[in-house]
Design a binder for this molecule. Structure first.
Ligand code: PLP
Length: 286
């Protein structure tokens, strides 16, 4: 089936879906994005993603191109036209198309909107989770505002590529003091010897993951003790469990960090249970 992409007001066949060379996302990575899970045809955690999108736009002083409701219609229509039942939908908003110049264009320039959806196999994701994944650790060389979900992702791309080349699935980024910030495209978690869930506070140093927020609520509901504090690579290697969270991978157990097996080298019970229960806490939209 031919894929359909939304670009600035039109639903276009994949081969025709293009953006102007002077779109500021191309020149300056001057744009923001969101990725939502689609499950059984439902958008997962739409309002949380929209809250974060609006915050990212505000932080970069990009005017919202349309209402939240109108953006929601584009997400749904893109999902529908691509017949995505399980998969993801990607929404990108840039500052728009203008003659290349560092300073912001005037109010006559409207933001560009791109939306695409694609299928992902639920079964493949569950199989990966059953085995658990390996991560590597790598210095965090990003700018100081990774809390903004901007399309400036080159350090994340390089980190993930290095992970894959080393036979791992994700890279955990490490700050100059030896603390894990987050993954290249996920949040980082460990379970300590007292069965406490530990994850870094969502300040300016990490992205406030939507999945992370849902897992925090779920942990509270389950009576699991949660500590929001930074942890080192050594803490992680000594942990009972480690896992990552993101909208596209849900909760993914980690069984190895660099050369160190985590716990007994198998997916841990907290990660496995939180993955199983995730969608009981997440928001399903029609
Ligand atoms: N951290 C980074 C750097 C990310 O890119 C992502 C998702 O892409 C996440 C964390 C997880 O966020 P979410 O749970 O909202 O997908």
């Amino acid at each position: 089936m031919a894929r359909i992409i939304f670009v600035n007001g039109s639903y276009l066949p994949y081969a025709d879906a293009s953006i102007h060379v002077e779109d500021r996302s191309l020149q300056f990575a001057d744009g923001v994005y969101e990725v939502c899970e689609v499950r059984a045809g439902h958008l997962i955690d739409e309002s949380r993603h929209m809250d974060r999108l609006e915050r990212s736009l505000r932080e970069l002083r990009i005017a919202p191109p349309m209402s939240r409701k109108a953006l929601g219609r584009i997400l749904r229509e893109t999902i529908r036209r691509n017949r995505v039942s399980d998969g993801l939908v990607y929404l990108q908003i840039s500052r728009g198309i203008a003659r290349r110049d560092f300073i912001f264009p005037g109010p006559e320039t409207s933001p560009s909107v791109i939306c695409l959806a694609r299928r992902a196999s639920r079964k493949a994701g569950d199989e990966t989770a059953q085995h658990g994944i390996s991560v590597i650790t790598i210095p965090d060389i990003r700018w100081q505002r990774p809390d903004i979900k901007s399309v400036a992702l080159l350090p994340n791309v390089l980190a993930r590529q290095t992970a894959i080349e080393k036979g791992a699935k994700e890279a955990w980024l490490v700050d100059k003091d030896g603390f894990v910030t987050e993954g290249a495209a996920s949040n980082a978690w460990i379970v300590d010897e007292q069965d406490r869930l530990i994850t870094r506070p969502a300040d300016f140093g990490i992205l406030r993951g939507v999945t992370r927020g849902v897992i925090i609520e779920l942990a509270k509901r389950q009576g699991i003790e949660l500590v929001e504090r930074a942890f080192t690579v050594e803490d992680a290697k000594r942990a009972r469990e480690a896992f990552l969270t993101s909208a596209t991978s849900n909760v993914l157990p980690i069984v190895r960090i660099d050369d160190a097996p985590i716990g007994d080298g198998k997916p841990g019970r907290f990660a496995t249970e939180l993955r199983r229960l995730f969608h009981t806490q997440a928001e399903f939209a029609d």
